[in-house]
Design a protein around this ligand. Structure first.
Ligand code: CS2
Length: 486
């Protein structure tokens, strides 16, 4: 099958959108670290809109910190890929041209540093997932092997932090001002955490560099929202007859798009507001609402659904009891947030449920279950701690945490085995294996302080609730535990 590429853009069927600007005239103003499907379905579409509006500064150079897969998909296609939006009104396909090239960092770290040091580059965006920040207890983990490596060999870094600092150091040496570093990961205070990590790392290398970064670089907070399930081979096969070409780099997503960005940039930026993002001076309420409502429910669905053998999010919320459970979870979480002005919570909840129910997305519970140790603290544990502090019950939120605990055993309710994909999988597996009964499993897991803050690990009411939920899950299964919400 012929591949999508610049040479065939003009041959595509008329109903396929495509860049109308001159791609030759695009400059690279953005470096994106962690170019997976999410970036291509989210930030890249905003930079595309800027290019379409004639502001040619915002082409993207993508960086893969690990595998060559995305480069190998995009390079033969001149960086072009289809954005397939699937919603109630059907499917919309358009070709995005904003990604100009992809660098594979392990193949050539110097090329990444040189790209970061280009005077044309004004913004570095990141989707490196929670674990890419190398944090422990909220600050940079100096015992992380990649951080140890990068401090010893700063000219050939491996971590995002190492690359950012190497790029900034190169700019400083060349007399080029620093860039804005824009975190787009699902972490509360993502910009602040990243700034602290970068400064802590730079400080160890050269305090004057840290000072220069602190004085001139900007690290705005940002909240991103768009559901982007991993592309499957059958998605690619289904798209081929529509294009009449094969697109191995396609991404699928929902029509919904949200990007709320803290208004603090140190240099040039696109006209974000005009292209669909929102700028604000107070980002925390947006982050909190999204993490605790959308992502909190997602993680609950991932573990309860995963244990019950439910493969996709829309299949989970098809059940009346499951929807009641999600509502109960939200009833608990909403009391822990102060919603931003302009967010109508009942409407937001309704809209979230409809997004989860989108059958065309085929969003796998397994995808969300990944890296739970990095996700549940901000999604489930923070609201639980808040409720306990206010003497409120935590039945639904703690059922989700108990399901995460049971998930660590590697066997679903039907006894099927799966691999727990998580940077702390070894620790959680040994916590479960070393236990003789439910109270031991629960207390062994609660002792992992990279996940559970002391405030929760030592809370008797929390521990007892987890034990009783865990027993219910192992004796009756997740489906029965959810049925109780009917
Ligand atoms: C999901 C998120 O995989 C996950 O952990 O909860 O990727 C979620 O789909 C996005 O945050 C939606 O904006």
């Amino acid at each position: 099958m012929r591949r999508l590429s610049a040479a065939v853009l003009a041959d595509l069927p008329e109903d396929i959108g495509r860049p109308s600007y001159d791609r030759e005239a695009v400059r690279t103003g953005v470096i994106h670290l962690g170019i997976g499907a999410f970036h291509r379905a989210h930030q890249a579409t905003l930079f595309e809109a800027a290019l379409e509006a004639g502001d040619m500064r915002w082409g993207v150079c993508g960086v893969s910190l690990r595998s060559a897969a995305v480069r190998d998909q995009l390079a033969p296609q001149d960086g072009l890929y289809s954005l397939v939006e699937r919603g109630a009104a059907g499917e919309r396909v358009r070709i995005i041209g904003a990604v100009r090239n992809v660098l594979v960092a392990p193949e050539d770290p110097e090329a990444v540093i040189a790209a970061l040091a280009s005077p044309d580059v004004h913004i570095v965006t990141l989707t490196i997932t929670e674990k890419g920040y190398k944090l422990s207890g909220g600050s940079l983990d100096f015992s992380d092997p990649e951080i140890v490596h990068d401090l010893a060999k700063p000219a050939t870094p491996r971590s995002a932090i190492g690359f950012l600092v190497a790029g900034l150091a190169r700019r400083r040496a060349a007399g080029i001002p620093p860039f804005t570093v824009l975190s787009c990961d699902n972490l509360p205070h993502n910009g602040r955490l990243l700034r602290d990590a970068v400064l802590d790392f730079a400080e160890r290398l050269d305090p004057a560099l840290a000072h220069w970064i602190a004085a001139g670089a900007a690290f705005p907070q940002s909240m991103v929202d768009r559901i982007v399930p991993a592309t499957t081979d059958s998605d690619i096969t289904a798209l081929t007859p529509r294009l009449d070409y094969e697109d191995r780099a396609m991404v699928k997503t929902e029509p919904f798009f949200q990007w709320v960005i803290e208004d603090s940039f140190c240099g040039a930026r696109p006209d974000f507001e005009r292209h669909g993002a929102q700028l604000t001076t107070d980002i925390a309420p947006w982050e909190e609402a999204k993490l605790r409502l959308l992502n909190g429910a997602h993680s609950a669905i991932a573990y309860l659904g995963g244990l019950a053998g439910i493969d996709h999010v829309h299949e989970f919320v098809a059940g009346a009891a499951a929807r009641r459970f999600i509502d109960a979870l939200w009833d608990e979480s909403v009391t822990t947030i102060s919603p931003p002005a302009g967010l109508d919570l009942p409407h937001y909840r309704q809209a979230l449920m409809a997004r989860f129910a989108n059958p065309a997305l085929m969003h796998r519970t397994r995808q969300i279950a990944m890296d739970g140790s990095q996700k549940i603290p901000q999604r489930l544990l923070a609201p639980i701690a808040h409720r306990l502090d206010h003497g409120r019950e935590i039945a639904a939120l703690s059922l989700a945490v108990a399901a995460w605990m049971r998930w660590q055993g590697g066997l679903d309710d039907a006894g099927r085995a799966y691999v727990v994909e998580d940077p702390l999988a070894a620790a959680t597996a040994s916590a479960v294996r070393g236990a003789g009964n439910v109270p031991e499993i629960v207390s062994n897991l609660l002792r992992i302080d990279a996940i559970f803050p002391a405030r929760l690990a030592s809370d008797d009411a929390f521990r007892r609730t987890l034990e009783s939920h865990f027993r219910m899950l192992s004796e009756n299964g997740a489906a029965a535990a959810i049925e109780r919400y009917l």
